[in-house]
Design a protein around this ligand. Structure first.
Ligand SMILES: [Zn+2]
Length: 182
């Protein structure tokens, strides 16, 4: 190898990824995380656990597509960079030897950084090996549900405030004569 290893940035970064809809052939360019620093972007962990990471919807027909591309997951607390590769690659590439080869490349890639590294194939392996498995998935789902409820409540409160303070029909404005039970 002629190139020399260089110190890698450990900041979250994205790139635009061209996707072609497999149903209607529309093209669009969602921003996809190529490197995730979960210390600064903790929601990435949540997105992986609830399986929304790297999903994008076709702007024409709304078909959901999973963008099966390699990315790296950095956990500063554990001081580890995990390269997440497509799941199908493991078998297609030749199994354990392929893993060791990719790991060797990754060790080299980060040799100037003081971090541990590993390679996994597919989000399932990442979750089971590093994110806490099924328990973590359940906890993330509960957290996501809780957030949705909070958002829903906020929306309801806003709607309530809107109808209370901004009557939108003239009928509401003529309510002055009605008796109140104060
Ligand atoms: Zn489509």
């Amino acid at each position: 190898m002629s190139k020399t290893a260089q110190k890698r940035s450990l900041e979250t970064r994205f790139m635009e990824f061209e996707v072609v809809c497999r149903r209607c052939q529309s093209k669009w360019q969602p921003a996809i995380a190529r490197f995730v620093n979960v210390g600064t972007d903790p929601d990435a962990r949540l997105g992986i656990l609830i399986n929304t990471m790297h999903h994008s919807f076709c702007p024409q027909c709304r078909l959901k597509q999973y963008i099966d591309t390699t990315f790296e997951y950095y956990d500063p607390e554990e001081n580890i960079v995990i390269q997440v590769r497509p799941e199908w690659e493991f078998k297609a590439g030749g199994g354990e030897d392929y893993y060791l080869k990719r790991l060797e490349d990754l060790v080299y890639k980060y040799s100037k950084n003081d971090v541990r590294v590993d390679v996994v194939f597919g989000l399932r392996e990442l979750i089971d090996k590093y994110l806490g498995g099924e328990d973590a998935v359940e906890a993330a789902k509960a957290e996501w549900y809780r957030r949705k409820e909070v958002a829903k409540k906020k929306h309801e409160e806003r709607t309530l405030a809107k109808t209370a303070f901004e009557p939108d029909s003239p009928d509401d404005a003529e309510d002055e004569d009605s008796t109140t039970t104060a």
